[in-house]
Design a protein around this ligand. Structure first.
Ligand code: COA
Ligand code: AMP
Length: 630
C-alpha cells in the first residue's frame, strides 16, 4: 500500500505528472496534452486544452459501463418520511430531459442558471442538467432571503432559474417561490424563464409567460446530449461570504474539478464505485456541491440526499437510521450536527438501536471540530472520526487524513496533513514563514491545485486583492493556525470578519451593513461569540442616532427582524444590545476582537491604541445583559 509521504512526495517531485496520471480517471472528449497552464500568472488554468462534459462523467459513463441499475441518488426525507431512489439510468434520463427543457427555453453553453431548491433529488438533477448542456449553475442556499438572492441574480445574470415551490423545515413550510419572486422584483437583471418544481406541501403561484411547471416542461422534453466544454470553462459559480456585503462568486472549472474530486473519493474518503456516500449538508454549500452532487457520482458511488435535521426529525437517531437503511459507508457532516445529537443523546442510546456494521468512517469539516465532539463520536460509533479542512474556494480538502491511502495517526485537534496539490505555509505579517508550533496566517503556495477557484466571477481584480495581495506568490486562506514538526495542521480562527455559525460561513460585515440601514442606528458592530451548539453566533451592538428615545427593546426587535428579512434565517441573528458607544482605536478602528474576547471570557490585552478604556466596561455590561461576558 502506498504511503501518504510517498504520494505527497510524488506530487512535490512532479506535479504535472501527478495530475496527468489522476486525469486518467476521467473520460475526456479531447484528452489534455498537459495539466497546468501557467502562462498568465497569477491566473492558473487546469486541463485548459482538454474538452469534456462533467455530467457525462458523473452519470452517462456509469450507464455505459454497466452501472445503469445501481442507485445513483437515494433521497431520504426525514421530514416527509419518504424515500426515493434514482438509478444511474433514471438519472441520465432525468438530466437529459431537464437539459432539453432548458435548451427549449433558449439556455445554452455558457449561460447561467440560478438554482434555488431544498434538499430534493431534483436539486442534484438540476445541477447535472446544467453541466450536461454546458450552462453554468449558481445554487443559492434556501435559508437566504430575497435580497441575498437578488444580489446573486444581478451578479451572475442568469438566463433561467430552477426553483422549488417550497422547502420544509421542522414544523413549518418555507414558501420559496414568493422569495424568488421578491428577489426578481428587487434585481435589475430579469431572468427570462423559471422552471418550478411544485411540491405538494405548498404549490406556488406562477407568473404567466415566465414560469413553467417542471411537470409540464420536463417529462416530454427532447433528451439533451452532453455538450463538449473546455477543461477551463466554468462549471458553476458558488457565492460565499467575504468581508463586505457583496458575496464572492467562486468559480469552478470543469476539468480540474473532475480530476481532483475523482481523486479525492478513493484517496481521502476511501470510497470506490458502488459504495454509498452521504454528505449531510445542503446543496447550497460547497460540501453539497462537491460531496452530495459531484464527487460521489463522478466516482460511481451512490449519494444520499437527506432532507431533515440531525435532531428532532423525528429524533437524535435519524443519522444512524439513514446509515443503516441505506448501507452508508462514509458520512460527512459538520461538528455542529454531532454536537446537536450528543446534547440530546449523550449516552448514545440511539446509536445502539441500529445495525451500523456498514459504516466505516465519519468525516467532519466546515468549522473547528472540538476534541470533546470527536472523542464522543469515536467512542460511541467505534469508527475513525476524521477532521479535515477546506473552503468554498478550494472545493476539496486542503488538509485531512487520506484514509484511502493510509490512515495517519492525527492528534485530536489537528485537521490533518496537506493533501497533494497543496503546499501549505504558516506566515507572519511580513510574509515570512514562522517556526513550527507558532501561530500565523495560513497560506498556500501558488498555483492552487485542480478544482480550486481560478478567479471570482467577473472580478479578476477582486480575486487578486482578496486572496493574493497579502502574501505575493501565495493564496491567503483567511484562516490562522499552526503546523507541528510532522506537518500536522491546526486551524484556529479566521483572520477576517467571517464567522462560522453551525458550519455556515457568514460575514459580520454584511450584517453590519444591514443594521446600519436601520433609520435609528448611527453605528454598529457585529461580533462572533462562542456557542456550545453552533460554534459561534453573531451578536450585534448598535449605537443610536442622537435624539432617538424609543424603547431599546423595540429597536432591537426591529434590527433582528431586519437581518432575518434581508440576509435570511440562516444568519441566526438573535442577539443585539443598544450601547452608548463602541470601543475604538485612536485611528477609529472598532475593537471587535477585544469585544468578542470579553463576551467569551477569554484572555485579552488592553489594546495600547484604545481611545477610551472605560467604554469596555459599558460593553461588558451590555454583553452580560445578553448572557455573555460572565
Ligand atoms: N431554508 C429555509 N430556512 C432554513 C433553511 C433552509 N434550507 N435551513 C435553515 N433554515 C432556518 C432554520 O429553520 C432556522 O430558522 P429559525 O431561526 O426560525 O429556527 C435558521 O435557518 C437557522 O438554521 P440552522 O442553523 O440550521 O439551525 P437549526 O436550529 O434549525 O438547527 C442544527 C441546528 C445544529 C441542527 C443545524 O444547524 C445543523 O444540522 N447543522 C449542521 C450544519 C451543516 O450541515 N452545515 C453545512 C455545511 S457542512
Ligand atoms: P466554507 O467556505 O463555508 O466551507 O468555510 C470555510 C471556512 O470554514 C474555513 O476557512 C475555516 O475557517 C472553516 N473550516 C472549515 N473546515 C474546518 C476545519 N476542519 N477546522 C477548522 N475550521 C474549518
Amino acid at each position: 500500500m502506498a504511503r501518504y509521504e510517498t504520494v505527497y512526495g510524488n506530487w512535490q517531485d512532479d506535479p504535472e505528472g501527478f495530475w496527468m496520471e489522476a486525469a486518467q480517471g476521467i473520460d475526456w472528449i479531447t484528452p489534455p496534452s498537459r495539466a497546468l497552464d501557467d502562462s498568465t500568472p497569477p491566473f492558473y488554468r487546469w486541463f485548459a486544452d482538454a474538452t469534456c462534459n462533467t455530467c457525462w462523467n458523473a452519470v452517462d459513463r456509469h450507464v455505459e459501463n454497466g452501472r445503469g441499475d445501481q442507485a445513483a441518488i437515494i433521497h431520504d426525507s426525514a421530514i416527509t418520511d419518504t424515500k426515493r431512489t434514482l438509478t444511474f439510468a433514471e438519472l441520465r434520463g432525468e438530466t437529459a430531459r431537464l437539459g432539453g427543457a432548458l435548451q427549449a427555453l433558449g439556455v445554452g453553453k455558457g449561460d447561467r442558471v440560478l438554482i434555488y431548491m431544498p434538499m430534493v433529488a431534483e436539486a442534484v438533477v438540476a445541477m447535472l442538467a446544467c453541466a450536461r448542456i454546458g450552462a453554468v449553475h449558481s445554487v443559492v442556499f434556501g435559508g437566504f432571503a430575497s435580497r441575498e438572492l437578488a444580489v446573486r441574480i444581478d451578479d451572475c445574470a442568469p438566463k433561467a432559474v430552477i426553483a422549488a415551490s417550497c422547502g420544509l423545515e421542522p414544523g413549518r413550510t418555507i414558501a420559496y417561490k414568493p422569495l424568488l419572486d421578491g428577489a426578481i422584483d428587487l434585481a435589475e437583471h430579469k431572468p427570462e424563464s423559471c422552471i418550478i418544481l411544485q411540491r405538494e406541501q405548498e404549490r406556488a403561484d406562477m407568473v404567466a409567460g415566465r414560469d413553467h411547471d417542471w411537470a409540464d416542461v420536463v417529462p416530454g422534453a427532447a433528451e439533451a446530449e452532453c455538450v463538449e466544454v473546455g477543461g477551463a470553462d466554468p462549471l458553476y459559480i458558488l457565492y460565499t461570504s467575504g468581508t463586505t456585503g457583496k458575496p464572492k462568486g467562486v468559480v469552478r472549472a470543469n476539468g480540474g474539478h473532475l480530476v481532483a474530486l475523482n481523486w479525492s473519493m478513493k484517496n481521502i474518503y476511501n470510497c470506490d464505485a458502488g459504495d454509498v456516500f452521504w454528505a449531510a449538508s445542503d446543496v447550497g454549500w460547497v460540501v453539497g456541491h462537491s460531496y452530495i452532487c459531484y464527487a460521489p457520482l463522478i466516482a460511481g458511488c451512490t449519494t444520499v440526499v437527506f432532507e431533515g435535521k440531525p435532531v428532532g426529525t423525528p429524533d437524535a437517531g435519524t443519522f444512524w437510521r439513514v446509515i443503516s437503511d441505506h448501507d452508508v459507508k462514509a458520512l460527512f457532516t459538520a461538528p455542529t450536527a454531532i454536537r446537536a445529537i450528543r446534547q440530546v443523546d449523550s449516552a448514545g442510546e440511539f446509536i445502539a438501536k441500529y445495525d451500523l456494521s456498514c459504516f466505516q468512517t465519519l468525516f467532519l469539516a466546515g468549522e473547528r471540530a472540538d476534541p470533546a465532539t470527536i472523542d464522543w463520536a469515536a467512542e460511541k460509533l467505534g469508527v475513525p472520526v476524521i477532521d479535515h479542512w477546506w473552503q468554498t474556494e478550494t472545493g476539496w480538502t486542503i488538509a485531512g487524513n487520506p484514509s484511502g491511502i493510509e490512515l495517519l495517526d492525527i492528534p485530536v485537534g489537528s485537521a490533518g496533513v496537506a493533501m497533494p496539490g497543496y503546499d501549505v505555509r504558516i506566515l507572519d505579517e511580513g510574509g515570512n514563514e514562522v517556526p513550527d508550533g507558532t501561530l500565523g496566517a495560513i497560506a498556500v503556495k501558488l498555483p492552487l491545485p485542480p478544482a480550486s477557484l481560478p478567479t471570482l466571477w467577473n472580478a479578476d481584480e477582486r480575486y487578486k486583492s482578496s486572496y493574493l495581495a497579502a502574501f505575493p506568490g501565495y493564496y491567503e486562506t483567511g484562516d490562522a493556525g499552526m503546523k507541528d514538526e510532522t506537518g500536522r495542521l491546526f486551524i484556529m480562527a479566521r483572520t477576517d470578519d467571517v464567522i462560522n455559525v453551525a458550519a455556515h460561513r457568514l460575514s459580520t460585515g454584511e450584517m453590519e451593513e444591514v443594521l446600519a440601514g436601520h433609520k435609528d442606528v448611527a453605528e454598529c458592530a457585529v461580533i462572533g461569540v462562542a456557542d456550545e451548539l453552533k460554534g459561534q453566533l453573531p451578536l450585534g451592538l448598535v449605537c443610536l442616532n442622537g435624539g432617538v428615545n424609543r424603547p431599546h427593546d423595540e429597536i432591537a426587535t426591529e434590527c433582528i427582524k431586519r437581518v432575518r428579512d434581508e440576509i435570511g434565517p440562516v444568519a441566526a441573528f438573535k442577539l443585539l444590545a443598544v450601547v452608548k458607544r463602541l470601543p475604538k482605536t485612536r485611528s477609529g478602528k472598532t475593537l471587535r476582537a477585544t469585544m468578542a474576547s470579553i463576551a467569551d471570557g477569554t484572555p485579552w490585552n488592553m489594546p495600547a491604541t484604545i481611545d477610551d478604556p472605560a467604554i469596555l466596561d459599558e460593553i461588558a455590561e451590555a454583553l452580560r445583559g445578553l448572557g455573555y461576558a460572565k
